[in-house]
Design a protein around this ligand. Structure first.
Ligand SMILES: Cc1ncc(COP(=O)(O)O)c(C=O)c1O
Length: 399
């Protein structure tokens, strides 16, 4: 999934244009910056690319989630529903907002299960955060239906799926707000960075002000005179905006190269006995950053992973990967915190957040037989050959 594979002259040119002016801050310095507003230009281009009216660049995909929750007014005592298969940032942002993360099962798209969402809604639910994991779509239309029946805003965590679509509509543009990450391993990268997209001008004003210490952002002006609420600093800087502009132009090509590689690898794996593939609601809109497949059981999945490792084909087994799956978040499950008073798990008034390890049995069963092959923009014949040979050997050996 990494855009760093194709960093080149285009990025250098954009970066140099910033360095020539010496203005690294996204706001102000009108004379010195010679008309160069890289972050603003990146926002405009990203909004156009995703078909939304507004885009707000921020310092990371994690802070994009935090800003989105603040813009929607989520806070202490609220519950926010998300999926048990995501990067820790999704629920960290919910805790950061003072709210309580509630986790759903995943379905065979490996994303938030809309049926479980309906079961997990309570009178305290204030928002839903589906995640388009591993570059491809959650069942976002069904999720939107459930959420709108309960009048709940949806934040689409599209950190891993910039450039993805569902039936021609950009991922991230279905909910009230879509959030993105451009960190160093994402297809579109600015090193660190993130974006929010939305249509509602009032939501945009709230997000924009919150991400800039609460300073008034009225119309196109950034006034420093008044503040309607407190905020913090989640701003993106000009060098990141410059990188983002160059990378966004390359995104369709990066994705089409990933799709070609993924197609080759899927064809090679499809002759593995007992294999099944992750459900993609719209294969044409997949960003093709990962190829996820299922084997009949955990024993076969582990045996195949080990064999693949020896053959130089690195597979991820998320049931044991400590970053992305509920069961492995030992700090959350064990109520670990730097705060001496136990926040955010405990608070005056009896709050005591408990996350039992076996809360998501359906997801555990699916994850136990799921393997994932990361797809790069640049992959060569030698690697494709390795995978073909691996599959042939595995079919002979243990299937
Ligand atoms: C699903 C998901 N959400 C949020 C984030 C956080 O993004 P960042 O690393 O830019 O803070 C990530 C990063 O990998 C992610 O995968």
């Amino acid at each position: 999934m990494p855009g760093y594979e194709v960093l080149g002259e285009e990025e250098k040119k954009e970066i140099l244009e910033v360095l020539e002016t010496g203005v690294l801050f996204r706001y102000g310095f009108p004379t010195q910056r010679q008309g160069r507003y890289k972050v603003e230009a990146f926002e405009k281009a990203f909004a156009a690319f995703t078909g939304r009216k507004q885009a707000l660049a921020v310092s990371s995909g994690s802070t994009a989630l935090k800003v989105a929750l603040a813009a929607l007014g989520v806070g202490f005592g609220d519950e926010v529903i998300t999926t048990g298969f995501t990067f820790v940032a999704t629920w960290e942002a919910i805790l950061e907002a003072g709210a309580v993360p509630v986790f759903t099962e995943i379905d065979d798209s490996l994303n938030l299960d809309p049926d479980d969402l309906a079961r997990k809604i309570t009178p305290r639910t204030r928002a839903v955060i589906p995640v388009h994991m591993l570059g491809a779509q959650a069942r976002i239309q069904e999720i939107m239906e459930v959420a709108s029946r309960h009048n709940l805003p949806v934040i689409e965590d599209t950190a891993q799926a910039a450039g993805g679509f569902l039936q021609g509509k950009a991922l991230g543009s279905f909910g009230s707000i879509g959030t993105f990450s451009f960190d160093s391993v994402k297809t579109l990268t600015t090193g660190e960075g993130g974006m929010l997209i939305m249509d509602d001008p009032e939501l945009y004003r709230r997000a924009s002000e919150f991400h800039d210490h609460g300073h008034d952002h009225i119309g196109t002006d950034r006034g420093l005179e008044g503040r309607s609420f407190i905020g913090f600093n989640y701003r993106m800087m000009e060098l990141q905006g410059a990188l983002g502009l160059a990378q966004l132009r390359k995104l369709p090509d990066m994705i089409s190269r990933q799709r070609m590689n993924k197609g080759r690898l899927k064809a090679a794996l499809s002759v593995l006995k007992g294999v099944g593939f992750r459900h993609l609601p719209d294969p044409d809109g997949d960003t093709a950053t990962f190829l996820a497949f299922f084997l009949p059981d955990a024993e076969k999945a582990l045996a195949f992973k080990e064999m693949a490792g020896k053959a130089g084909v690195g597979l991820v087994y998320f049931l044991q990967n400590t970053w992305h799956y509920y069961r492995n978040w030992e700090h959350l499950l064990g109520q670990k915190t730097p705060c001496r008073n136990g926040w955010p798990y405990r608070a005056e008034g009896g709050r005591d957040l408990q996350y039992p390890p076996d809360a998501l049995p359906k997801s555990d069963a699916l994850m136990a037989r799921t393997l994932v092959l990361p797809i790069n923009i640049k992959m060569d014949e030698t690697f494709f050959g390795k995978v073909e040979q691996l599959v042939a050997e595995a079919n002979n050996k243990f299937f």
